[in-house]
Design a protein around this ligand. Structure first.
Ligand SMILES: [Zn+2]
Length: 289
């Protein structure tokens, strides 16, 4: 089915409501739908998108409910049925290691400055890709996030977006325990032989990740990034392949990197998708079991 999904990941206490409104109202007013990933208790991040200077303050963690303006905007748009909200981790902390530091360290200013001074290549791990965290701890994180969705927005979330698009095994099991669907394709070790053959078939013969809804313990749908690092021509090509396969098309981006150029690209690809028959939809609707 030719459905178009716009996914934006990082809404949290630290997000300016004006920025979201300024960037997405033109899309919503034209009939597009936006699926927002919500970080219920985000820590403060600095220099997002800049690998060499990025760090986080783990002591500054705030619940989204403290940003009344943003919460009220989200509630209004939920009421108008133009957006949906998805769980994007609990606090979106990053951890890192290097070839000499084996254990995962919090991505704080102090830890990263030391590693950078030593000129080591840094490998970042998203909040739900920390092998040092047990399934029980992931369950607690999800419990916290879900209770914020219920108490603040009166919503029972049904979809999870992995922070930084990474999931470890314990995290995947915890997400499955909560019966959440997932944006992106994860857990290929849990797939049947037939499903793995399908994956290979699409990547070899159509040059695309499996484009339809993956029915599994959790339903999953692949996404296509629109970021400063991605290629717009490639995104258009993937849309055209999806179109031929009569498959949905999910664009994933971040409001904080949507500059004039990226916003124009988002607008161009959404309008193109609409022209060739794509129908805007919310991610939770299409992944619904
Ligand atoms: Zn994120």
């Amino acid at each position: 089915m030719k459905y178009l999904i716009i996914r934006d990941d990082d809404l949290s206490y630290w997000t300016s409501k004006d920025e979201i409104e300024e960037k997405y109202a033109p899309f919503l007013n034209k009939g597009f739908r936006v699926s927002f990933g919500i970080i219920s208790d985000s820590v403060r991040s600095y220099n997002l998108g800049n690998y060499d200077t990025f760090y986080q303050d783990f002591d500054l963690q705030k619940n989204i409910n403290e940003n009344k303006e943003l919460v009220s905007f989200i509630k209004d748009e939920l009421f108008k049925n133009r957006i949906d909200i998805l769980v994007h981790g609990h606090n979106h902390t990053y951890y890192f290691n290097t070839c000499t530091i084996k254990e995962l360290l919090p991505a704080t200013h102090e830890n990263l400055t030391l590693a950078r001074q030593n000129n080591k290549k840094i490998f970042f791990f998203g909040e739900f890709n920390n092998g040092q965290i047990t399934k029980k701890m992931y369950l607690d994180k999800l419990q916290n996030a879900i209770s914020t969705f219920k108490s603040v927005f009166n919503i029972e979330p049904t979809v999870f977006i992995p922070p930084s698009n990474q999931l470890c095994d314990n995290a995947l099991k915890a997400i499955q325990s909560y019966n959440l669907n997932i944006s992106g394709l994860y857990g290929k070790n849990h797939l049947s032989v037939y499903q793995n053959i399908l994956r290979l078939y699409y990547s070899k013969f159509h040059k695309i990740h499996y484009p339809h809804i993956y029915k599994n313990i959790t339903n999953q749908l692949s996404y296509h990034s629109l970021t400063t690092a991605s290629s717009f021509d490639d995104l258009v090509l993937k849309l055209e392949i999806s179109n031929k396969l009569n498959a949905p098309f999910q664009i994933a981006t971040h409001y904080w990197e949507l500059d004039y150029n990226l916003l124009s690209q988002l607008s161009e690809i959404c309008n193109y998708a609409k022209r060739i028959g794509y129908i805007p939809i919310k991610l939770s609707q299409i992944l619904h079991k």
